[in-house]
Design a protein around this ligand. Structure first.
Ligand SMILES: NC(=O)c1ccc[n+]([C@@H]2O[C@H](COP(=O)([O-])OP(=O)(O)OC[C@H]3O[C@@H](n4cnc5c(N)ncnc54)[C@H](O)[C@@H]3O)[C@@H](O)[C@H]2O)c1
Length: 411
């Protein structure tokens, strides 16, 4: 079996993760090309994978302007840079691993799905890692097996975590909708996708509320500066960028992403001048810091989802209530209560290596296996499936903005 040859477009945090994951399965695939505008990231990556200089590009636009040069492409650029390379790559005959969200508008998500159908059997996997995390997959398997009877209600909580909220959705890539996209799509399209996978029924309508209430200039404490490096209250502030990004372990997320060079001096410089040194109450963020979504699925299943930045961030929590019992997933513990017998069973999952509890590695493995078998039924979130669940997310955001119930059929 000859390994498939892969190009990665965008080697920031996720692109590097994909490179590592592909290396784990070197019998199945090999990274042969990269497109990345940031020189240090591009050069480090090209060196690590010993890439032919002719296969190293500064922009995905340059990559797609060339004839097909390998088997498949990973698109791990930022959200607004998904649709154009995705459609172009499918037209050129590449198979795709596409980071979620598919794109930032429903029209663009539809364009990608249509491009897959127009392609000659192009294999597309959208990286919905939660479907692949061991505890969440086991929960889903138990629900589908009928272990708790007919599903009636689901409650799902995503505790983003206060510092993660400040890092990614205030100071970072996803704080400003104009630069990236709205919160539910950026952060929680995963969770809405997983819920839909869990209940295995079509969603009929949604209602949502959500606000940006805390990370605003009006809440800035007295004495706070524009940046942590020039702030009177920095020593006692829980959001201090100096402690988080400069003084701690600079090689691990989230500190690692502020600079390609992990020396003390380079990180300090990034905090003095870059986005991650800004005061969390004085950024250009406009995405919500808490949101709820109520969903009506077919078969009378009602679902609620809550995303909140105001949490310790230790893992998602899900409760599924059926006619015969109840399942609760809290971090690594899955508990089943059976009504008829009064029995309680608990499974404790061991920690798994790899990002998203090993979920990302499994997404990559299943995609690589599908590239060889040419059978996309091995991929649990292909373009069609992902479009279906992205549609619920766009409907929920429309509901939040318009203050009304939105039916999926009107999207
Ligand atoms: N599946 C998940 O769980 C998950 C988790 C986090 C992020 N994401 C998604 O993954 C994507 C990437 O996120 P990230 O955290 O790696 O962001 P990042 O900013 O670390 O990486 C994006 C990279 O794209 C590069 N880039 C910008 N313009 C480019 C161009 N014209 N051509 C090629 N590369 C270009 C940037 O320089 C950067 O290195 C986003 O869509 C994000 O929403 C998915």
């Amino acid at each position: 079996m000859k390994p498939k040859t892969i190009a990665i477009l965008g080697v920031g945090d996720r692109g590097k993760m994909f490179g590592n994951a592909i290396q784990l399965y070197s019998h199945l695939a090999k990274v042969v090309a990269v497109a990345e505008p940031r020189q240090a990231y591009r050069e480090d990556f090209a060196r690590e994978y010993a890439l032919d200089p002719a296969m190293v590009f500064t922009d995905w636009r340059e990559f797609i302007s060339k004839p097909k040069m390998c088997d498949a492409v990973v698109i791990s650029t930022m959200d607004q840079d998904h649709v154009t390379p995705a459609v172009a790559c499918l037209k050129l005959g590449y198979d795709l691993m596409l980071e979620k969200p598919m794109a930032t508008t429903l029209e663009d998500c539809r364009a990608i799905e249509a491009a897959q159908r127009a392609s000659n059997g192009g294999i597309v996997a959208v990286c919905h890692s939660l479907r692949y995390v061991k505890n969440m997959r086991t929960l889903r398997d138990m629900v589908v097996s009928g272990a708790i009877g007919r599903v009636m209600t689901v409650d799902q909580l995503e505790p983003v975590g206060l510092f993660h909220q400040a890092h990614s959705f205030v100071r970072g890539n996803w704080g400003n909708e104009g630069r990236s996209t709205f919160m539910l799509l950026a952060k929680s399209c995963h969770d809405i996708d997983y819920t839909s996978y869990l209940v295995n029924q079509p969603c009929l309508s949604v209602m949502s509320y959500g606000h940006l209430s805390f990370f605003t200039r009006a809440n800035a404490p007295a004495g706070s500066g524009e940046r942590c490096t020039a702030c009177a209250i920095e020593p006692t502030c829980e959001f201090t960028a100096i402690k988080q990004y400069v003084q701690g372990d600079r090689t691990q997320w989230p500190a690692a992403i502020v600079s390609a060079d992990h020396s003390y001096e380079a990180h300090l410089q990034a905090i003095k001048t870059g986005p991650y040194g800004r005061c969390v109450w004085k950024c250009d963020n406009d995405v919500v810091d808490h949101q709820v979504v109520a969903m009506q699925f077919a078969d009378d299943i009602t679902v609620t989802f809550t995303m909140t930045g105001f949490s310790h961030g230790l893992g998602r929590q899900i409760r599924v209530h059926g006619t015969k019992g109840e399942l609760r997933l809290v971090n690594e513990q899955l508990t089943m209560y059976t009504f008829a017998t009064g029995d309680t069973q608990t499974i404790t999952f061991g920690e798994e290596a790899g990002s998203h509890g090993g979920g990302d590695q499994r997404v990559v493995r299943e995609w690589l296996l599908a590239l060889h078998s040419r059978d996309d039924s091995q991929i649990v979130a292909n373009a069609q499936e992902s479009l279906k669940t992205h549609t619920i997310v766009f409907a929920a955001e429309q509901s939040r903005r318009q203050g009304r119930v939105v039916k999926i059929a009107e999207m």
